[in-house]
Structures are given as structure tokens and as C-alpha cells.
Ligand binder design. Structure first.
Ligand SMILES: NC(=O)c1ccc[n+]([C@@H]2O[C@H](COP(=O)([O-])OP(=O)(O)OC[C@H]3O[C@@H](n4cnc5c(N)ncnc54)[C@H](OP(=O)(O)O)[C@@H]3O)[C@@H](O)[C@H]2O)c1
Length: 216
């Protein structure tokens, strides 16, 4: 775990995006947020929902951030321009949920939706995390390190250094990171899976993920 990131970029200023922006500002990061809307409109929203976070366009947010978090509807993933993300550490917090996203054939398979996103953003160092926790818990369940009530957050990705960097971020905003290994392991984080929506500490989360990996 390496706590060396200084700037956090977030694409999406809805429930998850603003909750992560609030936690990141509180933890001392420089935070920039973009959506598909004009910058002035996002700035007004952030004044209320995530004071201290700065609005910008997507290109500047991605280029200027040590970690970029994808907190937009998965149905919009093709709007992300792969060339912007080459070499960047990118956290995929998105879930596939057909009742809201509509049926998207590439997400109907057995793999993790993040494997499809990684294929699209081929040059990105993608890490899946945050997707298994409800947005309100990002605010409410955060605790300092060592607190017996501290909850675990799983992460997975094919780049070990990227996982370390994201683990440092997770720890600093108030959760125990659980490194599940390669991106394929994030199949165990999916909607309806063994950790989705569950309030777990580190050891129980590790146990459930190992069990899921053995069963796969
Ligand atoms: N809600 C939860 O508890 C929860 C928990 C874990 C994970 N997730 C996942 O996290 C993602 C976001 O969920 P949410 O509940 O926060 O959704 P939401 O409240 O609907 O917010 C979505 C945000 O994405 C923005 N957006 C749309 N198109 C965009 C684009 N091309 N580039 C950048 N931003 C764009 C929207 O802004 P504009 O339309 O104004 O551009 C909006 O700010 C989803 O994939 C969801 O499955 C949700």
C-alpha cells in the first residue's frame, strides 16, 4: 500500500462521485470532477455537494490526476476516450445493472464488467473498487485506521503498482483495502456476489473472496 497520490479526478458527480469527492477532500486530496455537463454547471453542484472539489472538463481532470475514478453510468462507458487514459491509474466503480443501464450485450457474459472497461481503455492501469458499497456508506461507514468497526473495500486489477496506489487512497479515506489480485478476481465483487452490499471487516472479506475464487 502506497499513500503517495495527491490529486484525485472523478468522472461523474452523482451519488457515488460526490460521496467520493467529499471523502477525498476531507482526507486532504486535491479533487477535480467532470461530468458530461458544462464546467460552470458542475461547479455550482460541487459548491453544495462537495465543497472544496473543483470542476473541470474531463480531459483536464484525467490529465491532472494521480488517480481517476469512473463514477458514471456504465451505459456511458463508450463515451470515455481511450487515448486520455493511457498510462493512468483508473478506478472503475461502475456496476452493470440491466434494469437501469438497459441490456448491454457485452456485459451479459460471466466476466467482470471491469474486464470489458479495461479492454475499451486498453492503455489504462485499471483497478475495480467501490462498486460493492452503497453510496451513502462511503460517507457513513468511513472510520480511522484501527477502529474495530472499520469496513473493508475490495480492489482488483492487473497492475500491482496501481493496486498499491489505490489501496493507499482507500485506506486514507477511511476503509481497509483488501487486495484480491488480478482484474479477473473482481468477478467476485459483482452485484449479487458474496461481498456485494455486505458490511464486512478485512478477514471475513478475504475469506469470502477466496471461497468465491475456489468455486469459480
Ligand atoms: N448508487 C450506488 O449506491 C452505487 C454504488 C456503487 C457503484 N455504483 C455505480 O457507480 C456509477 C455511478 O452511480 P451513481 O448512483 O452515482 O449514478 P448517478 O447518481 O446517476 O450519477 C451519474 C453521474 O455520471 C455523470 N455522467 C454521465 N455521463 C457522463 C460522462 N460521459 N462523463 C462523465 N460523467 C458522466 C452524470 O452527470 P451528467 O449526466 O450531468 O453528465 C452524473 O453526475 C454507476 O455505474 C453505478 O452502477 C453506484
Amino acid at each position: 500500500m502506497r499513500d503517495v497520490a495527491k490529486t484525485i479526478g472523478i468522472l461523474g458527480a452523482g451519488r457515488v462521485g460526490t460521496a467520493l469527492a467529499r471523502r477525498a477532500v476531507a482526507a486532504g486530496y486535491e479533487v477535480r470532477v467532470a461530468t458530461a455537463k458544462p464546467v460552470a454547471e458542475i461547479a455550482l453542484l460541487l459548491e453544495i455537494m462537495a465543497p472544496g472539489a473543483r470542476a473541470d472538463d474531463a480531459e483536464a481532470v484525467v490529465a491532472g490526476s494521480d488517480i481517476v475514478i469512473l463514477a458514471l453510468p456504465l451505459s456511458k462507458y463508450r463515451a470515455l476516450r481511450p487515448e486520455l487514459f493511457a498510462g493512468k491509474v483508473v478506478v472503475d466503480a461502475m456496476n452493470y445493472w440491466a434494469p437501469t443501464d438497459g441490456v448491454i450485450p457485452e456485459f451479459e457474459g460471466a466476466g467482470s464488467s471491469s474486464e470489458v472497461v479495461q479492454d475499451h481503455l486498453a492503455g489504462a492501469r485499471l483497478v475495480r473498487s467501490f462498486n460493492h458499497m452503497g453510496y451513502h456508506e462511503i460517507d457513513e461507514a468511513a472510520r480511522p485506521a484501527g477502529d474495530p468497526q472499520r469496513r473493508a473495500l475490495a480492489l482488483a486489477g492487473d497492475d500491482g503498482e496501481a493496486r498499491d496506489l489505490v489501496a493507499g487512497f482507500i485506506d486514507r479515506i477511511g476503509f481497509d483495502p483488501v487486495d484480491a489480485g488480478p482484474l479477473a478476481a473482481s468477478r467476485g465483487f459483482a452485484t449479487g456476489g458474496p461481498i456485494f452490499g455486505a458490511s464486512l471487516g478485512r478477514s471475513e472479506m478475504r475469506r469470502r473472496l477466496q471461497e468465491a475464487a475456489l468455486a469459480a
